[in-house]
Design a protein around this ligand. Structure first.
Ligand code: DC
Length: 209
């Protein structure tokens, strides 16, 4: 069983994917974390603007690297969005993601992958594709609350700006832009709580099983 969950930043992909993985006993890969890990490692080098370094870091990435602290910071998200537009970085990470989907760890019989291009590029043959979205204002508000809950300082207007910029960068890049697959079920979560989103997703999946 393979479930692809795509959508823009802070739309609720993570919460939904975690719940789907638990419900169906599947492995889960948050592919945003992959780009965030590469971005964090690149920022730690002396030459963060050097694409060659980013490509090399992507080549040597392992699943254990995704446990690093601080990956959820806004600055890392922005850096990840920039690095993810480098075609060679995407090409390298494509193998990593496909390998996870094909050979899920811990003996699981399937996987949930969430990101921006899972249904379109990484796993175009996934049986179940969901595209989760919400208005930029609502997503910014959710991210603001999340940061507050984690005890981080946050400015509402800056978060909204960041979300809008990130949406644009992720959508206009030449390789694998943020886009719903033609056979994806689109879920606008603006007016839905996590339970309602989960139930709608389950409904969609059960209709296809
Ligand atoms: O989902 P996220 O906010 O953790 O993702 C961080 C950035 O990584 C996002 O702005 C774009 C990039 N990304 C991508 O290009 N493709 C994916 N499948 C996942 C994330």
């Amino acid at each position: 069983m393979l479930i692809a969950v795509d959508g823009p930043a802070a739309a609720g992909k993570g919460t939904l994917s975690r719940r789907l993985a638990e419900h169906f006993n599947l492995a889960r890969l948050d592919t945003g974390l992959i780009y965030r890990t590469v971005a964090k490692k690149v920022l730690e080098t002396k030459d963060p603007e050097n694409n060659k370094i980013a490509i090399e870091i992507a080549q040597f990435l392992s699943l254990n690297d995704l446990d690093t602290n601080g990956l959820r910071d806004e600055a890392i998200g922005t850096a990840a969005s920039k690095i993810s537009a480098i075609p060679e970085v995407r090409k390298t990470l494509l193998n990593f993601q496909r390998n996870f989907a094909k050979n899920p760890p811990n003996g699981k019989v399937g996987a949930v992958l969430d990101g921006r291009d899972i249904g379109t590029v990484v796993c175009p043959k996934a049986e179940f594709k969901l595209f989760i979205t919400a208005s930029s204002k609502i997503r910014a508000e959710r991210r603001f609350k999340e940061l507050q809950d984690r005890g981080k300082e946050a400015i509402r207007s800056a978060i909204l700006r960041d979300i809008i910029d990130r949406d644009e960068r992720d959508s206009i890049r030449s390789v694998s832009p943020l886009l719903p697959a033609r056979d994806a079920q689109i879920l606008d979560t603006s007016k839905l709580d996590p339970d309602a989103v989960f139930n709608l997703a389950l409904n969609f999946i059960s209709l296809k099983i």
